[in-house]
Design a protein around this ligand. Structure first.
Ligand code: NAD
Ligand code: IPM
Ligand code: MN
Length: 379
């Protein structure tokens, strides 16, 4: 029997609650498809940070490297100011393991109302391909007063970057800045992934989200290299650029017109939350951070402190993310079965998750999916 070693970082808030259900769904799928999973849980999150003063110890990167995949819940806690947990855990993992693709599929589900009416002959079936290592997420920046110099450094799979920025103001003032940066190689690899994904979906069009009109140095550079990669490697396919503002407008009106949406890091973050609402809810939105070494699977949503500890979180996004993980490690049948079970649960007439207007707690919704997984095995 095949055995997989999978690491789990449940994290904070509802991250812990939904990860427990995702783990159970994977175990149920493993029973049915006759493979086994050994889980190793890591305690990283707010508690660990408050105790040790760091998001992750250096040793974690070495330890995690040996796993077949990583399942993450969410990090973020009201006791810690915005930034350190997200940067030192989530972003640090994405960057360290060079998980350059953030794949965020959004599709409508049976029985789940969508805010936009979807014509009977159409479907909402979008895949956001978000560049996951560059853009304004480089972490390059600083703040100072009047005239100041900031040294910059970043480490990525593709390069080590060093430099400095000198700023001076004619009138004394305090100022802060962040440097957005993209490289040709960084853009090429995510563009290639998006086009191959579209091809696999038997679609001839990729929409690339941009904002070259207002931020030409960064997003004009993005357009140039997305365009050149598409023309060189996918001459038979069509690339359409859309400014991010117009993209949000058009997506909200007619999301069923879209397929693969290629985004720079920041716009991809925003567009994927919008799409999750259009598809029915953040509690249904799954994601994979994919690279050539350790890949990490996590729901699109965060730790939701407003509902944490109440059993109100919808675990389906985490379960669907675990489904993406099963697909990634090669358990394709199990992956399909997990997605099917989520759909069957939603269509079954069973109590819906609280997020979707029902009364099913996190555990009850997880249980509902496992029942469908077992039922399908018996059929
Ligand atoms: P959030 O995604 O946690 O919550 C946004 C809203 O959606 C909240 O009203 C929440 O209750 C609701 N929601 C989210 N997931 C839900 C679910 N599964 N079921 C039902 N309702 C759900 O976004 P936020 O409030 O901006 O962030 C909270 C914290 O999470 C912050 O610290 C943020 O930095 C962090 N965060 C972490 C990740 C991650 O670790 N991957 C992602 C996003 C945000
Ligand atoms: C996400 C989150 C993260 C991001 C935050 C928590 C840093 O919003 O995974 O979508 O911006 O990528
Ligand atoms: Mn986000």
């Amino acid at each position: 029997m095949k055995t997989y070693s999978i690491a789990a970082i449940p994290g904070d808030g509802i991250g812990c609650e939904v990860t427990a259900e995702a783990v159970r769904a994977v175990d149920t799928a493993a029973e049915r498809f006759e493979f086994s999973v050994t889980w190793t849980e890591f305690p990283f999150g707010a508690e660990y940070y408050l105790k040790h003063g760091v998001g992750l110890p250096e040793s974690a990167f070495r330890e995690l490297a040996d796993f077949d995949a990583l399942l993450l819940g969410a990090v973020g806690d009201p006791r810690v100011k915005p930034g350190p947990l997200e940067q030192e855990i989530l972003l640090a993992l994405r960057f360290h393991f060079d998980q350059y693709i953030n794949l965020r599929p959004a599709s409508s589900f049976p029985g789940v109302p969508t805010p936009t009416a979807i014509p009977g002959d159409q479907a909402l079936d979008v895949a956001v391909v978000r560049e996951n290592t560059e853009d304004l997420y480089m972490g390059l920046g600083g703040a100072g007063k009047d005239s100041f110099r900031t040294d910059l450094a970043a480490k990525r799979g593709l390069y080590d970057l060093t430099g400095a920025v000198d700023l001076g103001f004619s009138t004394p003032t305090e100022a802060g800045f962040s440097l957005g940066l993209m490289t040709a190689k960084g853009i090429e690899r995510v563009t290639r992934y998006a086009f191959n994904l579209a091809r696999g979906r038997e679609e001839a069009i990729v929409h690339a989200v941009s904002k070259a009109n207002a931020v030409p140095h960064l997003y004009g550079f993005w357009d140039k290299h997305v365009g050149e990669t598409a023309a060189r490697e996918f001459p038979d396919m069509t690339l359409k650029f859309v400014n991010v503002d117009a993209a949000c407008y058009l997506l909200a009106r007619q999301p069923f017109d879209w397929g693969v949406v290629l985004c720079p890091n920041l716009f991809g973050d925003i567009v994927s939350d919008l799409l999750s609402a259009l598809a029915g809810g953040l509690g249904l939105a799954a994601a994979g951070n994919i690279g050539d070494s350790l890949s990490m699977f996590e729901p699109v949503h965060g730790s939701a402190p407003d509902i944490a500890g109440q059993g109100r979180a919808n675990p389906l996004a985490a379960i669907l993310s675990a489904g993406l993980m099963l697909d990634h490690i090669g358990e394709k049948d199990a992956a399909r079965a997990v997605e099917r079970a989520v759909r069957d649960y939603l269509a079954s007439g069973a109590e819906m998750p609280i997020e979707l207007g029902g009364a099913a707690s996190t555990e009850q919704a997880g249980q509902g999916v496992r029942e469908q997984l077992r039922k399908a095995a018996a059929r």
